[in-house]
Ligand binder design. Structure first.
Ligand code: ATP
Length: 467
């Protein structure tokens, strides 16, 4: 498979330059693995969330939305296995003390290893390949043994002893909230199995080596769905969910050649099947974008055991009581953001000049339309352009005004942030040519083509592209 020609460096630079993503706490030298979404980034992020929500909650039948609290009773993380088993294998360079994630370094050599293996298993593989693994910082090949490092982040919420004896954890994954509210949703919404719950929530992981921009961060946001099905009625629904998620990326404009499926070889003991949708990330190659997991009854069984509360579903049709099986989809919003942005990143030649533009789906573009007077120093043009801008803003709030520099430069700036349309007001709009009174130029981002339309037609064109 071909490497994505876009580099991570180009994406990081565009994100900083154009207000998409900033390094967190930058004026203090930053904080590893934390990023801020800037004015353009937060719009793209919100557009992605809205489209995801629409596809999963509104366009599906029998799906419910949820927004659960981040902090949870510490027992939750015992029941889920996070306090004991949510760890990655870490080794430290004896020379410069840089830390590596051993499973990922082995993976780069084509050796199948993952965080689910025991310390012993991973060390056996590590020892067999030590002379092929270099420290990413100093280049030496002298590492400590691999040890399991727990990724949960602790807090002192509600603990006034300063001893930290009973830490309340930040969520290691967002989806636990769905299991905890499963019973409340059944009791209040009376859904019939199969039904689904969707949630977008924050998660925190003490990642050993947060790198590669938004791909691996310590604070992340996950968009999850959990579909509750009758025991053993998982296979067909699982295939359908896999297909839906794949198609969703295509409908967001991601090119199919940059996506592929990866089936997990080494399943956790309770799982029936697990797949990742991988994206051809810039500079990194294919890696996990979204997980689609067939988890059987594990999650609810664990919470029933640890909480002592009966979580069985009382089937009104058959009068059977059972614990539903769960089909899960889980994607990090940062990885989704990075994949969509990288996929839209293009360079071409327009009017004899090279340009960078983002071919974002109009639904996702942070700005839908830029309005501009042809000349800044002609008050009658500025006045008319302001009028158009103000009335358009009422129907298309994600709009920009730009009267800086020449019109070509203004178009280029919008190209770089992916604005699909630009409207320019000129003397013909004012009636210099009476046939063209109240018409504008509508310029298209991807082709640079311009057409002359009435203001009403141009508005309609934009509205239908973003609907
Ligand atoms: P990886 O093997 O890359 O560490 P994972 O298998 O631990 O990922 P899951 O626990 O299945 O990931 O999380 C579901 C999704 O959350 C992933 O598919 C990914 O999109 C996202 N995700 C997980 N960890 C991170 C992270 N540190 N930074 C950004 N996104 C993440």
């Amino acid at each position: 498979m071909e490497k994505n020609p876009v580099t991570l460096e180009a994406i990081v630079s565009l994100c900083k330059r154009r207000g998409f993503v900033f390094p967190g706490s930058e004026i203090y030298g930053g904080l590893a693995g934390i990023y801020d979404f800037g004015p353009r980034g937060v719009e793209l992020l919100n557009n992605l969330k809205r489209e995801w929500w629409k596809a999963n909650v509104y366009d599906n039948e029998n799906y419910f939305g949820l927004d659960s609290g981040m902090f949870k009773n510490p027992k939750v993380w015992e029941a889920s296995g996070h306090t004991s088993g949510f760890s990655d294998p870490l080794a430290e360079c004896r020379n410069c003390h840089a830390r590596i994630r051993v499973d990922k370094e082995l993976g780069k050599l084509g050796v199948i290893a993952d965080e689910k293996m025991s310390e012993q298993e991973i060390n056996a593989l590590f020892d067999a390949h030590r002379d092929e693994i270099k420290c990413p910082e100093c280049g030496k090949k002298d590492f400590t043994k691999a040890r399991a490092f727990n990724l949960l982040v602790q807090s002192n919420l509600g603990d006034f002893t300063s001893e930290g004896a009973e830490p309340v954890y930040l969520p290691g994954e967002a989806c636990q909230g769905i299991y905890l509210d499963y019973k409340n949703i059944v009791d209040t919404m009376q859904p019939k199995v199969p039904f689904g719950v969707a949630q977008i929530g924050k998660a925190f992981r003490n990642e050993i080596s947060p790198r590669n921009f938004l791909f691996r961060t310590r604070e992340l946001e996950q968009a999850d769905t959990q579909y509750f099905v009758k025991p053993n009625e998982n296979k067909e629904a699982f295939e359908q969910i896999k297909q839906n998620r794949w198609n969703w990326y295509l409908s967001m404009g991601v090119r199919e050649e940059n996506l592929r499926w990866h089936q997990h070889e080494n399943l956790v003991f309770y799982a029936s099947d697990a797949w990742d949708i991988e994206y051809n990330f810039p500079s990194l190659g294919f890696d996990e974008l979204e997980g689609v997991h067939d988890r059987t009854d594990y999650d609810l069984t664990q919470h029933m055991k640890f909480s002592g509360v009966d979580l069985r579903y009382n089937d009104p049709e058959t009068n059977e009581k059972y614990i539903p099986w769960i089909l899960e989809t889980s994607v990090g919003m940062g990885r989704m953001f990075l994949a969509v942005l990288a996929d839209a990143y293009r360079e071409d030649e327009l009017g004899g000049e090279t340009r960078v533009y983002l071919a974002l789906h109009p639904k996702l573009a942070p700005v839908k339309v830029m309005v501009s007077p042809l000349l800044k120093n002609k008050p009658e043009l500025v006045e008319k352009a302001r009028e158009v801008y103000t009335s358009l803003k009422k129907v298309i709030p994600q709009i920009a005004w730009d009267d800086n520099g020449n019109i070509g430069k203004r178009y280029r700036r919008q190209d770089e942030i992916g604005t699909p349309f630009c409207i320019t007001i000129d003397f013909d709009t004012l009636g210099e040519n009476p046939d063209l009174l109240d018409t504008v130029t509508l310029r298209h981002r991807d082709t640079g083509e311009q057409e002359r339309l009435s203001i009403a037609e141009a508005t309609e064109r934009i509205r239908s592209a973003i609907a």
